[in-house]
Design a protein around this ligand. Sequence first.
Ligand code: MIG
Length: 670
Amino acid sequence: MAQKRENIHKYLFGHPFRTDSVVADIPVSAGEAPYLLRSQDETGEVFRYALSEEDRAYGLGEQVRGIDKRGWVYASWNMDDPEIHENRQSLYASHNFLVVDGKEKFGVFVDSPGKVVYDIDYTTRGEMAIFCGRDFGLYIIEGESVLDVIRTFRKMIGRSYIPPKFAFGFAQSRWGYMNETDVREVADEYGKCGFPVDMIVLDIDYMENYKDFTINGERFPDFPAFVREMKARGIRLIPIIDAAVKAEDGYSVYEEGCKGGYFCKDKDGKPFIVGVWPGDSALPDFLSPEARAWFGEKYRVLLDCGIEGFWNDMNEPSLFYSKDSLARTIRGIAEKEGKNLSLTEFWSITGSVARLANNADDYASFYHETEGGKVSHKEVHNLYGYNMVRAASEYFGKYDKDKRTLIYSRSSHIGMHRYGGIWTGDNASRWDHLLLNLKMLPSLNMCGFLYVGADIGGFGQDTTEDLLLRWTALGAFVPLMRNHCTFGSRRQEYYRFGNRQAFKNLLDMRYSLVPYLYSEFVKSALRDELMYTPLGFLYPDDERAKETEDQMFVGGSIMIAPVYRQNTRGRNVYLPEDMKMVRMRSVSDYTEEILPKGDHYVEMGFGEVVFFVAKGKAIPLAKPAKNVAALDEEHLLWIKYADGKTTYELYDDDGFTTDVREENIRTFTV
Ligand code: MIG
C-alpha cells in the first residue's frame, strides 16, 4: 500500500471569516506556503509564482476566456453586468480555485469572502500574482496529476449538489410569460410538435408586484390547481425567487423581516433600502443563521402548492441603486440646473447616473449580523448568493428530508456547490457565447459546480435559427438544459422556427442521453470527479490535446466537439486516440465509424448529434420519451467501442431520494 502523502497545506492570514467553503477538518501547516513567494502591498498579502513557458493555469470556475487562464487578470467580485465579453474581470460568481500544470503541479484555493485578484501572466509576462486581501485562508494542494489535485480539492469542499432527476429534462423559459394562458400555450405547442419537455420556468411576472412568495391572483387565479394541471401533463413549473424583499407596509415577509431583525442594516441599525425590481426593497441577511432559517421557511407556501424546483436571481446582490445614493445623485444633478455646463460637468451627471447600479460605496454601507459579530457587506460580498441558496436548501431538507428539490442560482461561491446548481447569467445570442458556455464547463466542475448550464440560444439580443440549433446540440450534453431569453427579444421557443424536425431530433436525442448523463453526473458527484474533462487533463503528454479547448470529454465514455461557428457545415476535430464516431439523428437512425487518432474534418448537420466513443467504453441510450419520468430504462440501446466485452456503470434510482450512493450503481456487461 502506498503511504498517504501530506497533500494539503493550509495557512491562515489575519482573521479569516468563516465561509464554510471547506468541510474537511484540515490542520494549519507550519512555515510558509510552498511554491509561492509571499509579499505585501497596500491591498494586503500577495503571492507570486514564476510561470515557465509550458505552464498552464486552470480553474476559476465562472470566468471569461479559455480553459487555460493565462494571459488575463481575473477578479472574484460577484457582479450583475450583462455585457459579457473577454475583457471583463468578474462575472456573477467567485470561484477561488486554480491549478498550475507544469513541471510543478499544485492547486491554490483562496478561502476568502471578499475580493481576490488573479493576475496571470498579464501585468508581467511569466508571472502569476494573487492578491488575497488581509483576512483569508490559503490552501495549497499537491498531487500526481491535474485530476488528482482536483479530486483532493473536491473532497475537501464536500459532495456536490445532486438535483432530482427531472432536472435532467428540458426546460423552456422566457422572461415574459405573463399568465396561465401564456404558460399553457407553451405546453400546448410542445405537445403538438411532439417535443419533450419537463419544466416551464416562471420569471418575475408570476409574482404580485415582484414580491417574493406571492402569486399574482389575476394572472394565476388558482395556482395550486394550475401546478396540478401542468404536472398531470408531465411538466413542472419552476418559479424564480429574487434576493430583495419589497419594503412595503402590510406585506408579511417585509414586516416579519423588520420585526425579526432579519434584513441587512445601515450604520444606524435600520434596514438598508435598495432599489431592485419591486422598487424600495430590503436585503435579507443570509449570513445570519436566524435570517436564513426564517427566509428558507418562506418557500413553504410554494412547496405546499406542489412546486418542486426554484431558481434564485439578483443575489450578487444586484442593486439598481440605494435609497441614499439615488437621493445624493438627484441632488447633485439638481444643483446643476440652469447652469451653463462644461463638458466635464455634463459627463459627471451622466457618470453619476451610470455608477448607481452595483456601486462599491453602497456595498460598503450596509452590515451583516453573523456568528462572528457585525461585518460590513464589502468584506463578505461574495457569500451573499451562496447563503441565499443555502437558506432554501436547508429548509427543503426540513420540509421533506427524503426528497431532493431543484434549485439553481445566478450568483455563487465555492461552498454553494453543496446546496444547489447555477446558470451562468445574462449571456447573449452570440456565437462566442456558445463557445464560452463550452469552455466554462470544466472550470465550473473543478470548483464543485456540477449542475450547471447557460441560457441556450442566448438571453439578450435576437437569436437566429442556426445559432439556436447549434447551441441546442451542445445543450443536449449539459445537465441544466434551459432555453431562456429576455423580455422584448426575438421569441426562441423551438416551435417558432421552420426546421422543427432538426429541433425534434436534438430534443429527442437529449432524452435518449439522460441515462448516461444522469449516471455520469451522479458518479462525478459521489467520486469528486469532473463530468467535463478537457483533453489536456487526460492526455498530459499530448501538446495538441492541451491546446484543444473546443472539445471535451463528457463523462468517462465520450468526447464531444460542438459546432460554434456560423455558416459552417462541420468542423475540425482532433482525436487524441482512435475513437468511434457516432452520428445520430435518432436512436434508430445512426451510423458508426472508427476514426484513427489525429485530425479530421467532420460534417455535422443541424439535426444530428455527433459524439466520439473512447476505446473500451460503452454508452447507454434510451428511446426518447415525452419527459424524464416516461423514459424506459429497462430496455437500453448500447453503443460501444470494444472488440470484446466491456462494462458500464449505470446509476439509477427513483429520481428523488436523497439517499444517493454507490450501491445504486449497477455494472452492465456490454
Ligand atoms: O434584471 O427576472 O439573469 O434570467 O430573466 C434582470 C428577470 C432580472 C436577470 C436574470 C434573467 C431573468 C431576469 N433577471
